[in-house]
Structures are given as structure tokens and as C-alpha cells.
Design a protein around this ligand. Sequence first.
Ligand code: HSE
Length: 435
Amino acid sequence: MNAQRVKIGIVGLGVVGMGVARALRRNRAVIRARAGAGVDVRWAAEVDRKRLAASGLPPECCTGDYRAVLSDPEVQIVVEVVGGTGVAREVVLGALRAGKHVVTANKALLAKHWPEVFTLAHERGCAVGFEASVMAGVPVIRGLQEGLAGNAVQSLFGILNGTTNFVLTRMARGLEFDAALAEAREKGLAEADASLDIDGHDAAQKLAILGSISTGKWLPPSDVAREGIGHVERYDIAEAREQFGYALRLLAVFKDRGDRVEARVHPTFVPLSHPLAAVENEFNALLVNGDTAGPITFSGRGAGERPAASGVVSDIVNIARSLHQSGGRMTYVPMRPSAERALVIPLDEVQSKFYLRFSVVDRPRVLAFLAGALGERDVSIATCHQRGRSETGGAVPVVVVTHAARGGAIREALAEIDGRADFVKRKTVAIRIEE
Ligand code: HSE
């Protein structure tokens, strides 16, 4: 094999695939200098002929059938940018079976099929680059795997989804949820099915990948406790900001608790002085606490054509460099997954401070009842605030911030409180707080 030229096949010419083709062309010289070898696109596979034509690649490099890429012995790296877990899985597994290295931006596929993909890669001596799968161009994967390789990761706090961060930031400025989401869609941030963003699936998949790297065990995305932002109201965003100095973020949290881990994605209030409160719009950030390095923050654009292409191309360069240095043999195989699964602590056992907004009739003894239902379960109240006054029996918001309490205690207390239809007029809003 010619180590001076590395041949790749790109499968999928959507936003990311097109960005990769363009970045390889635009930065040809710098890529060659860093890899020590030229990178040639031997194939681009895409079922949509219009996209093939728009790619600017010569017709002899274009195909509608990804199998042409997998069966070409000249192709050393297959770049899977199809997305999803259907054809993409065939592409990734097929490429590895054919002894080809893989670069993928596919968080859904990797999070779900982690042991299968990495076991096969290890057996075949192939690399799987997946820098763009989490935070696109922000190098958190290599940061954890290489830069922080000497650390036990104690915790991760991330804003890993650009769409929801965009929506929450816009809502904090007074925009309605639907209008904010429409704007995120127009900017090309959202997944084709935006419920993957809004319901927290996308962030949970990304946290599963980061958690799997951190523990060395597989953290399946279905084990990540997940709550989205679909039910978030502007009232709570404004109230928590004004009264308590909090900003709302969809936070992805991972904590190493010895033989078990915390892994959760949910709307979370953080103090306005917290570094993650300063992360606005489509920006992503990850705060890593390593036992040796201490706290480290990564941040940048986690979505969009160029940021995603940046992550993908960095993996191509890395693999091409390794191939070049070892005369066509791959010496750099990043990881061997453990067959073990990470044990996740149930959300009921996880302690946090809580913001609670009750909608209750304004009359004596109501507050005593709320405090009693919480106190009986060892939930201690830090602050209580009633907004307005209703002498006509209407409901008023009563906001309580608790001291650290078990999720299960809050759940049980709210079940009792919300069962009192005589004076509780709507379901209580409960949002965790991370200091
Ligand atoms: N829909 C994702 C986001 C794109 O909003 O962050 C990148 O994974």
C-alpha cells in the first residue's frame, strides 16, 4: 500500500459528509503536512444523485452503493456519516470486517453498539475514530482518551446538545418554546427528528460515550436517566433567575461513585456565576474533574457543518499519520472495551438541591402542609417565596428551594402534595440544582 497517499471512502453526503469533502479540499496542504501523507477521497457513496453532483467530486469517485466502498481494497479508511443505527451499522461493521479503519460522527450508533463495534475493531486491529460524535469539533474524545489518560475521571458536567441550549437561552430572553425551536431548526442545529434533542436522547447518547470512556465499562444510553425540556416554562426560568440567581441548562452529569456511577441528563439550575451558565445559544461545554489535572473545561460549537467536519477530519488525519509512520500498517488502536457494564445509581437515590414550584390556593395552613410533606421525608427547606396574593381562592405560585435531598424523597412528597386537588391546582414543577 502506498503510505504517501491514504485513500478514504465517505459514506453519506449530508451536512457532515459534505463538510468533510469541503474541508479536505480547503485544507489539503495543511492536512498533508500533518498526516505526512496526502488524503484522497477515492469514493463518496450517497443515494441522492443531486448531492453527489454538488460535492464537486469527479464522477468516477461517486457511487450510489456503499458496498462499492467496502469492497475496494484500496480504501483504507471508511468515513461513516450516514447517521442513525440502520445502514450506518452495516457500513461500520462491514468496513471493520473488511479490515478498514473507521471514522464516524454517529453518537447514536456508538452509544448503543459500543461493545460490538470496539470488540470487532480490536479483533481486526482497526481504529475507530469518533471525535465528532460528541461536541463535534471540540476535542473532548481525544482530550479524555489521550490528554487526560493519566487521570481517574471523578465527574463530568456537560452541555452536550446545542439545540436545547439554544432554546433555553432564547426562552430566558422571553421567546416562546416553539419559536425558539423553529429558530434552532432553521440554523441547522436540530436532528432530523428534533424530539431526539428536546427529549434529551442526543445528550444521553453523548454522555453514554463520555461515561464509557471515563469508566472503561460500557454505559448504555438506555441506562442514563433522562428528562427533556419539553415541559419547561418561561415562568420558572425567569423566577429562578430573579429570585435565586440561577440559569437553566439541560445538563448531562456523570459522577464516579466507586463501584457505581451517576449518569443523568435533565434540566438543571446552575448559579449564574457557574462556568456552564455562561455557555449560551448553540455552544456546548464539558467540565471534567480529573483526580490529577483538577477541573478542565472544554467549550465550543457542538453542531453544524464545519465543527462536525473538523472533528471527522481530525480523526482521518490521525489515522493517516499512523498509517504513514508505520508504512501502511496501523499501530494506533485506541481502545479495547471491557465487556463489563457500568452500574448506574437510580435517580431516586441521587441527592440534589431542588427548585419546587407549587401552584396552590392562597390560604392558611397550606404552607404548613407543604413543609410537613417534605419534612416527613427528611427534605429540609432552604428558602420559600410566595409570588402575589389571591384573596379569591385562586392559585398562587409558591417556590421552595430545598437543601440536598434524595430524588426519591422529593418524588414521594410531590405524589402526596399533588394528590391534594382541594388546594393544589396543578402539577408541581421540580427541577434539580447543581452548585
Ligand atoms: N442535534 C445536535 C445538537 C447536533 O443540537 O447538539 C450535534 O450532535
